[in-house]
Each structure stands twice: as structure tokens, then as C-alpha cells.
Ligand binder design. Structure first.
Ligand SMILES: Cc1cc2nc3c(=O)[nH]c(=O)nc-3n(C[C@H](O)[C@H](O)[C@H](O)COP(=O)(O)OP(=O)(O)OC[C@H]3O[C@@H](n4cnc5c(N)ncnc54)[C@H](O)[C@@H]3O)c2cc1C
Length: 508
């Protein structure tokens, strides 16, 4: 199998030159390069070799406790000791206080090396952000320090059997008494709901504190450490992410603390989820990048067929194989640029509406990019792509979830086509961003003009929902093309400018 090589240079180029992180006062390119370089070494040497092991062994439920596959406990211990779990935590709580842009680079490398382990570890930055925003000082000083040191990992407990996409159907109850809050009920599909890498686990639980019929308004967010009142009743058998334990959890009057105020649960959870959505988009980018690397290495070695002069051809000499290799690279670099542009917008804080518009676009496009690039990789390798030997099957199986969790893509597409187009919904700012990214690209600007006509039709439609998917897809494709126009404009800062310009040509 092709060894995992972190796409460090591509990530730094994308953040600094394409997304314009260089314009932020908080951006330190040398620090970013150092941190990403160190993590890349760790990911290549320690985490990536465990990826196939985890896929084969699966996390196991043994006597009511989850056991991670071989090597995961030791790898996590080293990661915690090196301080990686505290990357985004404030220094006051023992963290590194690194910028979200650096964290995004690290997170992508982590996902490319081992998505299953990344999923269990990477709910921590969102949990820290939620506690910083809504937690009491006591909650912050106890839990952020533990999460940053790696002594504890956290989970996000939303889903219930009857409450998947529709969280208003949550039944898990939270009741207050003289002894404090207690939670009773069942949650399903909880990533990292149990594991044997940390002594403590902090569950962030969305539960109903209001009456049964109180919908979203009756939901509150709770901090509920693992304890005898929380048990794992099963772990799911899945098509991918075998090393990530997806747990069914039972809460039997488990002691909990309210985070923020009663009824504010969904709002508080959104802090967690917004972080998680770009993170999921970057999981897709990581899969696209890894699939492209594997396919390119294979296509450069496999001899098959003949060139026009009769000499033996390598796979990548065939025009159709080159087309697929190009598509993979375009997807990886373009989707990464989209995420980084959204993250820089989030960092500047100038336009929350633009960020709300871009986040679902990134989630939809990034998740699809991972699946599509993995699928192309399988095709490029032919029969060998369909075997397990080269790992493309695992990439395809692991990447597939990205279009489902953190809000199924169809729900994000609906939001882009409805809420996003209302006054103040971010569509005007999006059009401004596309114009800016397009530079002199006539193709992108013409496409934007067509999009504006479609946008206006969507706004006037009595029922825009049947068109929501097609419209959101075109919106994402337009953003993708605009991101490539920017990549083309700054390509001279990359090690292979001609290659990037060649890839851009098809879109701009
Ligand atoms: C591997 C894995 C890890 C997970 N980790 C976690 C976790 O850590 N914490 C957690 O709380 N949950 C987690 N989940 C749950 C995940 O978030 C849900 O599966 C997801 O929200 C969808 O819910 P559902 O499966 O009940 O599908 P449903 O809600 O039944 O939806 C099925 C399909 O119907 C469509 N659909 C549904 N509603 C709408 C709508 N309003 N508009 C348009 N289309 C719609 C979508 O296409 C969707 O894919 C995980 C799931 C998996 C498989």
C-alpha cells in the first residue's frame, strides 16, 4: 500500500495564498509550518500505520466496555503527551491556543491518516469552544484542562432512535432536584461513547428539560461525565470507520450539570456542530487527497497497453486515466480551498451571514469530493481498486458517512436554497465573494450571472424544495470554480504552478 504522506505543502499554500490567511494579524506562517510539519511526522509514522489495522480489527464491546484495536491506546497516549489534544485550548487551561486555521490543517492531516481515530479525538475542540462560550468558570477549569491534557475525551450525544435529523423528537429526560440534574434515556450512534484510551469521558448530552411536547425549545445541554449510571448497550457494525466505536448509550438517572441556561440547548450545541461541519468537509478533503495520491502512484507504475509508437504505456499515459487523476486533484485542492476560504471568513468575523452560507456549501461539497475521488481511485486501479490491497475500498467506505452525519447533505441543501436566500441570508455576500475570487475569469463571472437568475427564480417560487438539490449543487460548483480561479491566480507560489494552471483551465 502507498505510504501516507501528509499534504503539508498543499495545505499551507491553500491557507496562506488561496484563502488569504496572510491578511490576518493572527496568522503566523512559520508557526503554522512548524506545527503542521511536526504533526505530519507523527501522523505518517504513528497514526497512519494503524488505519488498516483498525479497519480489520474493529473496536470491540467486551463485558460492557469498548476495547480499541491494537496500537490505538499507545498512539493516543503519545498524542496526548505531545500536547496535540490541547491544540486549540486556551493557554490558561494548559492548551497551545493555536488558531483554528492551524487546527484545520492538523485535523485534515489526522483524518487522512486515520479518520476513525480522528473522529474519536476531534470532538474535543468543539467541546472546548462550547464550554468557553456557555460553561461556568468551574466547569471550564475542571473540564477544559482535562480535555486539553488528553486525560479526558468528549462526545456529542444528540441522536436517538426516533430523533435523527429531527432533534425536536428527543425524549431523553433531564430532571432537576435538590441533588442536581439527572439524565434518563437512550442515545444511539454516539461516536467514542466509550473507549479505553482515557480514564474519563465527558458526554455533552442534549436532553429534554421542558414538557414532552416542548419541541426544540424544551432542549437543554448537559455535561455528564462517564459514571456507573451511563452504560454502553451495543456498538454498531458499520460499512466503514470500524475502529471508531459508534455506541448506544443508556443513561439511568446519570448525574449531570446544565451548560448555559435551560432551553438554550440547541443554540449551545450549534457551537459544537458548526465546528464539526467544516471538520467533516475537511474529512472529505482528506479522503480525496489520499485517494488521489494512491491512484497517481499506481498509475505512474502500472504498465498496460501501448503508446502510438508501439512502446509500452503506463496507466497515466491513457487520456481517460489522466482525466480521472486530474478530477481527483481538482476535487481535493478545490474543496480544501473552499473550506479554508470559509474558515478565514469565520476568523475575520466580518460577515456571520456569509459564514452561515458557506458552511453548508463546504459540508456538502467536501463530503461529496471525498466519496467521488475515492470512487475515481477505484476506477483508476481497475480490478486492483476493487480489492482491499491498496486501501481505496476503505477510503470509499470511511468517506461515505461524511454525506450523512453532521446534518444529511439534503438538509444542508434545503437550507442553502431557502434560509440562505432570504434577506440577510448571505447570498449577496456569497455573490460578492465569488466576484472577488473570480478575478478576471469570464467563465466564472458568466456562471455567476446565470446563478443570480436561478437564485431570483428560487426566491419567487411558491415551493422551491423540489429544486433545492440542483440549486445547491450549482451553488457549490460555482464556489468550487471561483476557488479554482483564485488557485490559478496565486499558482506561482506553489511548487508546481504549471500543473495547477493546467488543472484550473477546465473550470475558469
Ligand atoms: C458512523 C456514525 C457516527 C455518528 N456519530 C454521531 C455522534 O457522535 N453523535 C450523534 O448524536 N449522532 C451521531 N450519528 C448520527 C447521525 O448524525 C445521524 O445518523 C444523522 O443525523 C441522520 O439521522 P438518521 O440516521 O436517523 O436519518 P434520518 O433522519 O432518518 O434521515 C434519513 C435520510 O432522509 C433524509 N432526510 C431526513 N430528514 C430530512 C429533511 N428534513 N430534509 C431533507 N432530507 C431529509 C436525508 O437524506 C437522510 O439521509 C452518527 C452516525 C453514524 C452512522
Amino acid at each position: 500500500m502507498t505510504a501516507f504522506i501528509a499534504p503539508t505543502e498543499d495545505i499551507l499554500f491553500s491557507l496562506h495564498h488561496v484563502a488569504g490567511a496572510s491578511s490576518l494579524a493572527s496568522w503566523d506562517p512559520e508557526l503554522a509550518g512548524d506545527i503542521l510539519g511536526h504533526f505530519a511526522g507523527f501522523a505518517e509514522g504513528v497514526i497512519a500505520p494503524l488505519n488498516a489495522v483498525g479497519d480489520r480489527q474493529h473496536a470491540q464491546l467486551v463485558n460492557g466496555r469498548v476495547r480499541m484495536p491494537d496500537g490505538f491506546v499507545a498512539a493516543y497516549a503519545q498524542m496526548a503527551e505531545d500536547g496535540w489534544q490541547g491544540l486549540t485550548a486556551p493557554e490558561a487551561f494548559g492548551g497551545m491556543g493555536a488558531s483554528p486555521l492551524i487546527a484545520a490543517g492538523v485535523s485534515e492531516v489526522f483524518s487522512g491518516a486515520n479518520h476513525a481515530l480522528q473522529m474519536v479525538c476531534n470532538l474535543v475542540p468543539g467541546a472546548i469552544a462550547t464550554l468557553m462560550k456557555y460553561g461556568t468558570l468551574a466547569q471550564q477549569s475542571e473540564w477544559i484542562a482535562k480535555l486539553a491534557s488528553g486525560a479526558a475525551l468528549s462526545t456529542m450525544c444528540l441522536t436517538e432512535a426516533q430523533a435523527g435529523s429531527d432533534l425536536s423528537a428527543i425524549r431523553c429526560r433531564a430532571e432537576n432536584s435538590d441533588e442536581g440534574w439527572r439524565i434518563t434515556g437512550e442515545k444511539i450512534f454516539i461516536s467514542g461513547g466509550d473507549q479505553d484510551m482515557t480514564a474519563e469521558i465527558l458526554h455533552l448530552v442534549l436532553a429534554r428539560s421542558g414538557p414532552a411536547d416542548s419541541g426544540m425549545k424544551g432542549l437543554s445541554l448537559y455535561l455528564c461525565p462517564a459514571q456507573p449510571g451511563v452504560s454502553v448497550t451495543r456498538i454498531e457494525e458499520k460499512m466503514g470507520l470500524h475502529a471508531s466505536p459508534t455506541c448506544q448509550l443508556r443513561f439511568d438517572g446519570a448525574k449531570a450539570e446544565l451548560i448555559g441556561t435551560e432551553g438554550q440547548g440547541l443554540q449551545a450545541m450549534f457551537t459544537l456542530m458548526n465546528h464539526a461541519r467544516i471538520d467533516v468537509a475537511l474529512q472529505g478533503v482528506a479522503h480525496a487527497s489520499r485517494a488521489a495520491d494512491i491512484a497517481a502512484a499506481y498509475a505512474a507504475e502500472r504498465v498496460q497497453g501501448r503508446l502510438s509508437d508501439g512502446s509500452p504505456a503506463l496507466l497515466h499515459h491513457h487520456a481517460d486515466v489522466q482525466r480521472m487523476l486530474d478530477d481527483q486533484r481538482r476535487l481535493a485542492l478545490g474543496a480544501r480551498a473552499m473550506c479554508h476560504i470559509a474558515l478565514v471568513a469565520l476568523e475575520t468575523g466580518d460577515s456571520p451571514a456569509l459564514c452561515d452560507f458557506l458552511t453548508p456549501l463546504c459540508k456538502v461539497f467536501g463530503s461529496q469530493a471525498g466519496i467521488r475521488a475515492a470512487d475515481l481511485g477505484i476506477q483508476i486501479l481497475g480490478g486492483y481498486g476493487y480489492l482491499t490491497e491498496y486501501g481505496l475500498d476503505q477510503i470509499w467506505r470511511d468517506a461515505r458517512i461524511c454525506a450523512i452525519y453532521e446534518g444529511a447533505n439534503g438538509i444542508h441543501e434545503r437550507n442553502i436554497a431557502t434560509r440562505g436566500l432570504r434577506p440577510g441570508g448571505g447570498a449577496d455576500e456569497f455573490a460578492g465573494l465569488v466576484t472577488e475570487l473570480a478575478g478576471g475569469s469570464k467563465t466564472v463571472l458568466e456562471r455567476l450571472a446565470d446563478w443570480q437568475i436561478w437564485r431570483s427564480a428560487m426566491t419567487q417560487a411558491s415551493d422551491p424544495l423540489p429544486q433545492a438539490h440542483a440549486f445547491a449543487q450549482e451553488t457549490a460548483n460555482l464556489f468550487f470554480a471561483a476557488a479554482w480561479a483564485r488557485i490559478d491566480a496565486v499558482a506561482d507560489n506553489h511548487q508546481t504552478p504549471q500543473e495547477l494552471k493546467r488543472l484550473a483551465l477546465a473550470l475558469i
